[in-house]
Structure formats: C-alpha cells, structure tokens
Design a binder for this molecule. Structure first.
Ligand code: CA
Length: 225
C-alpha cells in the first residue's frame, strides 16, 4: 500500500484530493495544519507528502525545512499558489522535489505523484532506461535511438544520467552543475543550457518542443518520461 499524507487546510481541496487519490488506490491521510503535518510525517513516514504552502500554525516551507533537517527523505510535492514563482524556487531550495500550481488538474497531479514515487523506489536505479524511441545503457555508455547508436559526450552522458535518476524532479542549473560537471570548473547557466540543447537534439523527437527534457522558466529542468 502506497501511503500519501496530504497537508491542506482548505476543506474543499483536501476532500477532493483525498477522494481522488483514494480512488487511485492510495492510502490517504489528511492533516490541516503545519504542526500536524510535521508530526505525522516523522511519526509514521508516508511514501509521499502533498504539502500546501499556506498552512496555519507552520507554513509549508517551514514544514519542508524541518522534515529535511530531520533527515526525512520522503518525496515532497508542494502545492503552490498561481504565479508565485518565488514560492516554487523557495520550496525547491528547502528540499521539496516538485510542485504543482493551484488550481491544478487531477491528471497532472496524478502524473507528478507517480513520477515522484517511481523515482523514490530504491530498486529503481537500473543500468538501462528506455523512453520513447530511446534506449540508454549506462554500463556500456551507449545510447540508441530506434536501434541506432547516437554519440554522446561524457558530459552529456552524465547530464542524462542525472535526469534519468531524478525523473519527475525539478533540477536547478546549480544542481545539474554539481552533478554533471567536474568540480572546480567554472560553468555558467548559459553553458548548461547549451549542453542541454545538444542533448535534446539527440533524444527528443522535436528538440524545439521537447517532450522529455522540459524547461521550467526561472527554475531549471525536469525530465518527464
Ligand atoms: Ca492553504
């Protein structure tokens, strides 16, 4: 049973989420303030936490910071208000894994939840990945598209590996640099974007309108696949 803790103080939204996720087969618990969210998440860690930003008592940012400080690794999906770009950045900096913007569609939310759960399962770290017409074999350092080998630079491989191991999770350029670049090299955001553009040409059906490697304006990138 996959357990989801919902921290949301608006009864209408909480109820809707609870019903929808229960229908999907998840075991759902709802709390309506920040202190209860922190307490329940640490007492009995769920598989995923849906965390509203504006909560009474202790807001979602404080809850997120506190849970990460205590070493909790459960994926956290923040529910942020529309147009609050700063909220998204802040949540991610405090250790949230992803966000959805209110008002959100249930399909989008379900997809985000599934992606985070998939990523967080420890057995999900295979040497081979497949998405669309692409197959990646990290052991052989080989990428095939429709069965044909595409040449990737070592850096592109490290970037792709970082994305595939963090599917569904927003990665800032800072995180990408830390993960894929040799330490002590100076890299700008622009350079990261250039390498991602090159990578897209090798994996995307339409590199100009990417399906997998999505850019999130002002935040970074997320691999959806
Ligand atoms: Ca709220």
């Amino acid at each position: 049973m996959t357990r989801i803790l919902i921290a949301e103080d608006e009864p209408g939204i909480a109820l809707g989420l609870e019903d929808d996720l229960a229908m999907e087969g998840y075991t759902v618990e709802v709390v309506s303030d920040g202190l209860s969210a922190t307490r329940r998440a640490t007492e009995d860690p769920p598989d995923l936490i849906l965390l509203d930003v504006m909560l009474p008592g202790k807001d979602g940012f404080d809850v997120c910071r506190e849970l990460r400080r205590r070493g909790l690794r459960t994926p956290i999906l923040m529910l942020t208000a529309k147009t609050q770009e700063a909220e998204k950045v802040m949540g991610l900096e405090l250790g949230a894994d992803d966000y959805v913007t209110k008002p959100f569609g249930t399909r989008e939310l379900r997809a985000r939840i599934k992606a985070l759960l998939r990523r967080s399962r420890p057995e999900e770290d295979p040497q081979r990945y497949a998405f669309g017409d692409v197959e990646v074999d990290f052991e052989r350092a080989e990428l095939r598209r429709n069965g044909v080998v595409e040449e990737l630079t070592p850096l592109e491989f490290r970037l792709l590996s970082t994305f595939l191991r963090n599917r569904g999770r927003v990665l800032t350029r800072e995180k990408l640099i830390a993960a894929a670049w040799p330490s002590e090299t100076f890299t700008s955001d622009r350079v990261v974007d250039n390498h991602i553009a090159n990578l897209r040409r090798k994996i995307e059906p339409d590199p100009v309108n990417p399906t997998y490697l999505r850019n999130l304006r002002g935040l970074g990138y997320r691999f959806d696949g």
